[in-house]
Design a protein around this ligand. Structure first.
Ligand SMILES: *[C@@H]1O[C@H](CO)[C@@H](O)[C@H](O)[C@H]1NC(C)=O
Ligand SMILES: *[C@@H]1O[C@H](CO)[C@@H](O)[C@H](O)[C@H]1NC(C)=O
Ligand SMILES: *[C@@H]1O[C@H](CO)[C@@H](O)[C@H](O)[C@H]1NC(C)=O
Ligand SMILES: *[C@@H]1O[C@H](CO)[C@@H](O)[C@H](O)[C@H]1NC(C)=O
Ligand SMILES: *[C@@H]1O[C@H](CO)[C@@H](O)[C@H](O)[C@H]1NC(C)=O
Length: 787
């Protein structure tokens, strides 16, 4: 009866809705079989309960909103039992509302297939080239020896699986699997226990959320197993823990070299949470559902991982109580697991960060000092620097050179005619020529394919203004090179002024020691932190531009349908690539300092980071302007220095809960009651300082722990932001033993005579404060804006 009434009222509601609304709801993009999944999150498990008791409790919540036992049982998707207390279930909006009103419920999150994405750029470049997969500093033998190459530290990879046959994952001469490991090797398509070894010690997959939305996985698009059909997960996993592999195979005659992960003796635990999107082809990329990620993190915590590497984030910033990665990471932190996450690829616009929580290490992306040089020589003899990893080459002579807009079909609008979008070029006009195309819409490799389709003989990819000097080394399917914005304009000028413009593209070769390096990738997401303005993010930058690592042999280097090449190593860009570098560095630090908290490890990485490029100037952005902490955090990671940071800023799980109490965020743990006077959010013991909307003065308290020598004296030095005065008290800290803690106050105020009006509102100014004992420099960035 109740059921019937319910249906009747639903029917009435539909009738009463204006047609416009009805249309909007019926055209929602979800597939027809789609039922909505929600995550109901409680926080911690209270007391000791068995798995049966936990599931029974979750069931009783479902029963309180569902009609029948059967309904409650069949609606359950996941019951999170290990560390995270919550469940995922099919619910109606009304049921979700009713659950969210219950006091024990922290949040009810609606699953959304568009909410998260993997943080690679749409570039899909390839090469089998000389090493430097990892930042130069990471290669420092002494750190690797001290950390025994990350021996036995377990890194969990939340990604889209692994290609276990890659030589990067061989387990020769690795010792037995650590006793602490409790994970499993899950059977599935082309994957069984024989694919795990002493390197890949565990592999699982999580797909219930994906299948609830898309229906059963189409097994021609992806493997129903931990195996990687895309390449991304293989790339990130080998960047963290790939073995040293000599003479990485070379496509098209590039020099062969060595590939190695940052922590070559660390163990890898694979958690496949991202899957192919139906109907989009390989280029369409993957999607990751947060109910699947939460299940994976819950298992990873119970399995015994030490570090989690997550190159996934929300497309737009969301509050922590609505962000499965933030919630899962908080539980991981409680078990002292380091969580490294990518900052996102939504730069260079400000306020574009994902993964901004203060319990996560948030990582931006920058270049390495390696180039794949392929210059263009113009008919007038001028030589212009370009980059590519294209294996194809031109005969040694000059070819006619045109700008794409001169050789498009007549129906292509002017505003996009230079972009070589699919079908835009005229074969009659482009045949036998080198074609200059500009970046904008469309993929870089796709533009080259359009030139090839139209019979062009060579391809120059010119940056737009937004791309600046950032050159992606792509594996185009014809002779090609990529040039920066300024050079693209030079070539355009030449084409306009020459009577018969001609050019030659030289064959690519690898050049090490490129300058300046690092510079920030234009795509790397920027601060300020819109979720917690009191926390400066990103934390740090690491190599994320043109990174070489292992690849899935079920994929092609460009992932384009027309590309049938199979490669064992590939070059990719994104904060997806920088995140595993820092995860690897964290594994090395864990191996050296097993007792350090995840906050101490993050502090060591942050305060030891470098600000200068290899020309001894401040790191720049992709256009050559000085970069700032909203781009690089505290700077470029220096793992060797991080191993001996001198002092660390520590923080506990409880500190993060107190931070949430005072920062206006929702509590993430219903068992924790906020005290009446929670400390101000600026007092979270973070190794950097952000003060939004300064009016008068603000004081923050920090506590440093001595992790260096027993008798040490640290002096502070400050580089205040322009217009701001900064006082640190006391200015000298004395330590007579390791482990000793000392507190100081840092007071920030507007300079005398400077009023809030004289500084641009909401614009941030940056400074630094550094504790130094003559050996260690413990540097923190600060960002201040005025009210
Ligand atoms: C696992 O798969 C391999 C082939 O990939 C096969 O040779 C082996 O027999 C399988 N092992 C088990 C235990 O099924
Ligand atoms: C699975 O994907 C393949 C390749 O895109 C497609 O041809 C096929 O129709 C799909 N199968 C189903 C059942 O959707
Ligand atoms: C280009 O112009 C056409 C109209 O001429 C317009 O429809 C289209 O949106 C424009 N595209 C861009 C990228 O500005
Ligand atoms: C790309 O396409 C979108 C939508 O058509 C348009 O708004 C945008 O301006 C285009 N960007 C460039 C650089 O052409
Ligand atoms: C700054 O503080 C002063 C004094 O406390 C107050 O009157 C003023 O409204 C504040 N300004 C802003 C923009 O908050």
């Amino acid at each position: 009866m109740e059921n019937l009434l319910h249906r009747l009222s639903f029917f009435l509601l539909i009738l009463l809705l204006p047609p416009s609304l009805l249309q909007a709801s019926s055209s929602s993009s979800s597939p027809s079989h789609h039922k909505q999944v929600y995550i109901v999150y409680f926080g911690e498990h209270s007391g000791v309960r068995t798995f049966q008791e936990i599931e029974a409790s979750h069931h009783s919540y479902l029963l309180s909103v569902k009609e029948t036992e059967e309904d409650a049982r069949t609606s359950l998707v996941y019951s999170y039992k290990n560390s995270i207390n919550g469940f995922a279930a099919f619910l109606t909006p009304h049921e979700a509302d009713r659950l969210s009103e219950m006091e024990e419920v922290v949040s009810v999150i609606r699953s959304d297939p568009r909410k998260y994405s993997m943080h690679t750029t749409r570039s899909w470049e390839f090469a089998g080239l000389r090493e430097t997969t990892t930042g130069k500093n990471l290669e420092k033998e002494d750190l690797l020896i001290k950390s025994r190459y990350g021996k036995d530290v377990i890194v969990g990879m939340l990604d889209n699986g692994v290609w276990p046959e890659s030589r990067s994952f061989n387990d020769e001469r690795m010792g037995p699997i650590p006793h602490s490991w409790k994970g499993v090797c899950q059977f599935g398509d082309s994957f069984n226990s024989s694919h795990c070894n002493r390197k890949i010690i565990g592999a699982r997959y999580y797909i219930k959320g994906y299948e609830a939305y898309y229906g059963p996985l189409n097994r021609t698009l992806d493997y129903l197993s931990p195996r990687d059909m895309d390449g991304h997960g293989t790339h990130t996993s080998s960047t963290v823990g790939g073995r040293r592999v000599n003479s990485v195979s070379a496509l098209g005659g590039f020099a062969s070299g060595t590939a190695s992960g940052g922590a070559p003796l660390a163990r890898l635990a694979i958690y496949k949470v991202c899957w192919a999107i139906p109907g989009q082809g390989k280029e369409g990329g993957n999607t990751c559902f947060e109910e699947d990620m939460l299940a994976a993190i819950d298992d990873a915590i119970a399995d015994g991982v030490d570090v989690l590497s997550i190159s996934i984030g929300t497309r737009v910033p969301v509050g922590y109580d609505e962000d499965g990665i933030a919630i899962g990471a908080l539980h991981a932190i409680k078990k002292n697991i380091v969580v490294a996450c990518s900052a996102g690829n939504s730069g260079p616009a400000p306020s574009t960060l994902s993964n901004p929580a203060p319990w996560i290490i948030t990582i931006g992306a920058s270049s390495v000092d390696r180039k794949f040089s392929a210059p263009v020589v113009l008919g007038n003899g001028v030589k212009i620097m370009g980059q590519t990893v294209t294996p194809y080459k031109l005969e040694k002579k000059l070819y006619p050179l045109v700008y794409a807009a001169q050789v498009t079909n007549s129906d292509v609008p002017n505003n996009i005619s230079g972009q070589c979008l699919p079908g835009s070029l005229s074969p009659e006009k482009a045949k036998g020529k080198i074609v200059l195309c500009l970046r904008g819409n469309g993929t870089r490799v796709g533009k080259g394919m359009e030139v090839k389709r139209a019979g062009g003989i060579g391809f120059i990819l010119g940056n737009s203004k937004a791309n600046g000097d950032e050159l992606a080394a792509d594996a185009h399917l014809l002779p090609a090179t990529a040039v920066n914005y300024g050079d693209a304009l030079k070539i355009l000028n030449y084409i306009e002024s020459a009577k018969a413009p001609k050019a030659h593209i030289e064959r690519a070769k690898t050049v090490l020691g490129a300058q300046p390096a690092p510079f920030m990738a234009a795509f790397s997401s920027r601060g300020p932190n819109t979720i917690s303005p009191d926390i400066l993010k990103p934390d740090i930058t690491a190599p994320g531009l043109n990174i070489l690592a292992a690849w899935s042999e079920a994929s092609s280097p460009t992932k384009m349908a027309e590309d049938h090449r199979v490669v064992k190593y590939n070059i990719l860009s994104g904060t997806s690539m920088s995140c595993p570098h820092v995860a690897a560095a964290s594994a090395l630090l864990k191996a050296i300092h097993p007792s350090w908290s995840s906050a101490a490890i993050r502090s060591a990485l942050i305060t030891s980071a470098g600000l200068n490029n290899n020309e001894h100037n401040l790191i720049t952005d992709a256009s050559g302007n000085s970069a700032d902490p909203f781009q690089f955090g505290s700077g470029h990671f220096r793992p060797t220095k991080a191993a001996d940071p001198g002092l660390v800023y520590d923080a506990s799980y409880k500190d993060y809960l107190l931070f949430l109490c005072s920062s206006g965020s929702k509590s993430l743990d219903s068992s924790f009651k906020c005290p009446k006077n929670s400390p101000s959010p600026v007092n979270l013991n973070y190794p950097s300082l952000a003060i939004p909307k300064l009016n008068g003065s603000v004081s923050a308290i920090r506590t440093v722990t001595n992790v260096g020598g027993s008798n040490s004296v640290y002096f502070v030095s400050v580089k205040p932001p322009p217009g701001i005065s900064v006082k640190v008290s006391p200015p000298i800290l004395f330590f007579n033993r390791a482990g000793q803690k000392k507190s100081f106050t840092i007071t920030v105020k507007l300079d005398n005579g400077i009023t809030a009006d004289s500084i641009e509102k909401d614009k941030y100014a940056f400074g630094w404060y550094t504790w130094s004992d003559g050996i260690h420099n413990v540097r923190s960035p600060m960002a201040v804006s005025v009210a």
